[in-house]
Write a protein that binds this ligand. Structure first.
Ligand SMILES: NC(=O)c1ccc[n+]([C@@H]2O[C@H](COP(=O)([O-])OP(=O)(O)OC[C@H]3O[C@@H](n4cnc5c(N)ncnc54)[C@H](OP(=O)(O)O)[C@@H]3O)[C@@H](O)[C@H]2O)c1
Length: 169
């Protein structure tokens, strides 16, 4: 059993948190404010292995951290979680830097020569960032298609031999 801090109260955070609890892990869901309605409702429904707190509470609780916050706010959310609570821990980062400020479709707030995952790694060098899937921010825009793989690639798909590596952004 692993203690997991899930940062994010949206559909993605709740879905991942549910699955983690179902797999037997202890999960604390983090939000900006203690007593967040979605987080407390999720914890009440998810059972004894589930709890809710602030981003800092959840990051302090977890040996593993999931970043499921809005991508344009992820750095703020992780700042609130606290570098000291993230140090030495793996961050499973599923956030996409989607900017909806000009309506649909969203644009990317960071892309081409950088990625949210890399920004997180620069901001929190003592955390062990692991970016799971950021919808091909770089490939979509074609700017870095042939770049060497950065060091935070992680195998996340095991079904197709030879295709296990998911590019980070
Ligand atoms: N990788 C994938 O395949 C995939 C698929 C779908 C979505 N996503 C990504 O997963 C992430 C979560 O998506 P979602 O739809 O579940 O939730 P969301 O609405 O994108 O994000 C909700 C979370 O972001 C936090 N947040 C919002 N504004 C904030 C701010 N200004 N400062 C700090 N925190 C802030 C909220 O905090 P509070 O709880 O305090 O309100 C909440 O916990 C997004 O980045 C999305 O793009 C990834």
């Amino acid at each position: 059993m692993t203690k997991v801090g899930v940062l994010g109260t949206g559909v993605v955070g709740q879905t991942l948190a549910d699955r983690l609890v179902g797999l037997g892990h202890e999960v604390m869901m983090g939000a900006r404010q203690a007593g967040n309605e979605k987080a407390t409702a999720w914890a009440a429904a998810a059972g004894a292995s589930a709890s809710a707190g602030t981003f800092a509470d959840a990051a302090g609780f977890g040996a593993l951290i999931v970043n499921a916050t809005a991508g344009t706010a992820s750095l703020d959310a992780l700042d609130a979680a606290g570098a000291e609570n993230l140090a030495g821990k793996a961050i499973v980062d599923v956030a996409n830097p989607l900017d909806f400020s000009a309506g649909m479709p969203p644009s990317l707030s960071v892309c081409n020569t950088d990625s949210l995952g890399e920004q997180i790694q620069r901001r929190f060098p003592d955390a062990r960032g692991r970016q799971v899937a950021q919808h091909g921010q770089r490939r979509r825009h074609g700017a870095a298609r042939h770049r060497p793989r950065p060091p935070h690639h992680v195998p996340v798909r095991q079904r197709r031999p030879g295709k296990q590596q998911v590019r980070s952004a």
